[in-house]
Design a binder for this molecule. Structure first.
Ligand code: AMP
Length: 281
């Protein structure tokens, strides 16, 4: 496994692979890896001759009052997991090397202004910018993203299409703990009581799945799921929404493919989760 610490090194390694006609799968991450990231790497390993994983806590996707400085980091542990998953190159650049005095950013309109984008202004601009840079540096054939960040996945698909990136964007299912909590690097912020409360998001999802029906007003589903969340005193719901799975715009009545995303604060930690489906009846 090679470790590229600069843009130049990563570009050189990826170019070399390309010259040999080897297909590249890219897994962008912010590190502090868990089995969710591992599942992306496993998918990439299956479908590509070479796998690159980036480990980069991207400053431009954090707001001024967010957790950039205290975001968990453990490169040695991450390196071991990458090795185990058969990653061929870790790209682990310094923010100064990635951004220097950058003035160009990638903005995506409507899709990025709702839900997490509304709660975190500038977040998706930072995500789109760093992912564009990674696509340009590594030139992957396929790039792997988790459905846990469903809005991010939809935005990256749209960005890749709109900007003609020659890359296939692959979505991978949410990996959960045994009690249903979606795995996340941020789960490490939870204290014992908060960790015990956190599976309420999954319980709300299970409840939502059990009652969702074609023709149901979105608000009925939202209220039902909010009731489950409200029963947990440590949880504070930021939003539960029913949106079109492609456009992220709210729907009034559940009909075609819908995404039901939520953001909930448990103690000081903001957790997100979602489910998506096309109700049959
Ligand atoms: P992050 O390091 O949190 O930026 O995540 C890097 C990638 O891993 C993103 O595409 C996430 O959607 C994905 N990911 C994070 N957690 C999970 C999970 N529990 N299941 C599946 N994918 C995940």
């Amino acid at each position: 496994m090679e470790i590229a610490r600069t843009v130049e090194e990563a570009r050189r390694i990826a170019r070399d692979w390309k010259k040999q006609g080897l297909e590249i799968g890219l897994v962008p991450t912010m590190g502090y890896l868990h089995e969710g990231h591992g599942s992306l790497m496993a998918a990439a390993r299956k479908e590509n001759a070479r796998v690159a994983a980036s480990i980069f806590v991207n400053p431009t996707q954090f707001g001024p009052n967010e957790d950039l400085a205290r975001y968990p980091r453990d490169f040695e542990r991450d390196r071991a997991l990458c090795e185990k998953m058969g990653v061929d190159m870790i790209f682990h650049p310094e923010p100064e090397d990635m951004y220097r005095s950058a003035q160009a950013f990638v903005d995506i309109g409507l899709l990025a202004d709702t839900l997490d984008g509304a709660a975190r202004p500038g977040h998706f601009r930072g995500v789109c910018t760093v992912v564009s840079k990674l696509f340009n540096i590594i030139q992957p054939d396929r790039a792997y993203f988790g459905e846990k960040d469903a809005q991010q996945l939809a935005i990256i698909r749209k960005m890749a299409f709109d900007l003609n990136f020659d890359v296939q964007v692959v979505g991978c299912p949410i990996v959960r703990e045994a009690d249903g909590l979606a795995k996340s690097s941020r789960n490490t912020y939870l204290n014992a009581a908060e960790r015990a409360a956190a599976p309420v998001l999954y319980r709300a999802i299970e409840h939502g799945k059990s009652i969702i029906k074609k023709g149901m007003p979105a608000q009925t589903l939202i209220s039902e799921m909010e009731k489950v969340l409200a029963a947990e005193p440590l949880a504070k719901t930021e939003y539960v929404a029913v949106v079109d799975a492609m456009t992220m715009q709210p729907v009034d009545v559940i009909d075609g493919a819908v995404l039901i995303p939520m953001a909930v604060r448990v103690g000081g930690t903001r957790l997100i989760d979602n489910f998506s489906l096309t109700p049959e009846r």
